[in-house]
Design a protein. Structure first.
Length: 244
């Protein structure tokens, strides 16, 4: 997990707004109604300074657990877009339950609207940059169903680095064949627009369905149904950065 920084002292209303994913006005309303306590004492001032790492804050009787950042594993269903806002379609953020919501959440990387599987949602911009940068070599592994059987020669073509439409050269990728020649696993170290689909087309094939199954060596939790999510635990972070 990225190194935790000292939070310093912050305003109570700002703390509540950030940690509970509510507006600053809603946070002030909770304080005004005497529904917030700090170290067991009823809070009366919106702008009182607290230490998130040492003070115990409760809202409506429930402790507000401080997290500098949050990291969420979502099993994205088809038809949902990887965006913070969209006028036409549901977004991945709309699938986050209230207890995990907070301000500043965004998907760290995108899946196409019709692609399913592992989306990592966070409010940590530095971490997101790390896992998306090709220089960090964080793997993203996909399970793909193809229109036609994959060929043995495709494995070498992927490993050599395909040139896709538009003349873009892909980094070397791994294509794994299975007993069913139309079902393959593809591992990338980058994320160009529609990359897996364009790579399949470069070898004369077409992707019928696509699912991201892992980031680094952290696999999508098989207990998560499509549309469900959970927080990523501290011990799982070393798997994200693990290399083959």
């Amino acid at each position: 997990m990225p190194e935790k920084k000292n939070a310093g002292n912050v305003r109570l209303d700002r703390f509540l707004s950030n940690q509970l994913a509510i507006s600053r006005n809603d946070a002030k309303e909770l304080i005004k109604k005497r529904l917030v306590t700090v170290n067991g004492e009823t809070a009366k001032l919106f702008d009182m300074k607290i230490s998130p790492e040492t003070d115990i804050v409760a809202s409506e009787g429930n402790n507000v657990v401080y997290r500098e950042h949050i990291y969420i594993m979502l099993n994205k269903p088809a038809g949902v877009v990887c965006a913070t806002k969209d006028r036409l379609s549901d977004t991945v953020l709309e699938l986050i339950p209230p207890e995990l919501r907070r301000s500043g959440l965004f998907p760290a990387g995108r899946l196409d609207k019709d692609t399913t599987g592992f989306v990592l949602i966070t409010d940590d911009g530095g971490f997101a940059h790390d896992i998306l940068s090709p220089k960090k070599h964080v793997e993203k592994r996909y399970f793909a169903v193809l229109e036609k059987p994959a060929q043995a020669g495709d494995v070498k073509a992927f490993a050599d680095g395909l040139v896709i439409d538009g003349g873009e050269k892909c980094l070397p990728a791994k294509l794994e064949l299975t007993e069913n020649p139309r079902e393959v696993f593809i591992t990338l170290h980058e994320g160009m627009f529609h990359q897996v689909k364009r790579m399949a087309e470069a070898v004369g094939n077409k992707v019928v369905s696509l699912k991201r199954v892992s980031i680094g060596k952290l696999n999508l939790d098989e207990n998560l149904a499509e549309g469900q999510c959970r927080e990523i635990m501290h011990k799982e972070f070393e798997k994200i950065y693990a290399k083959t």
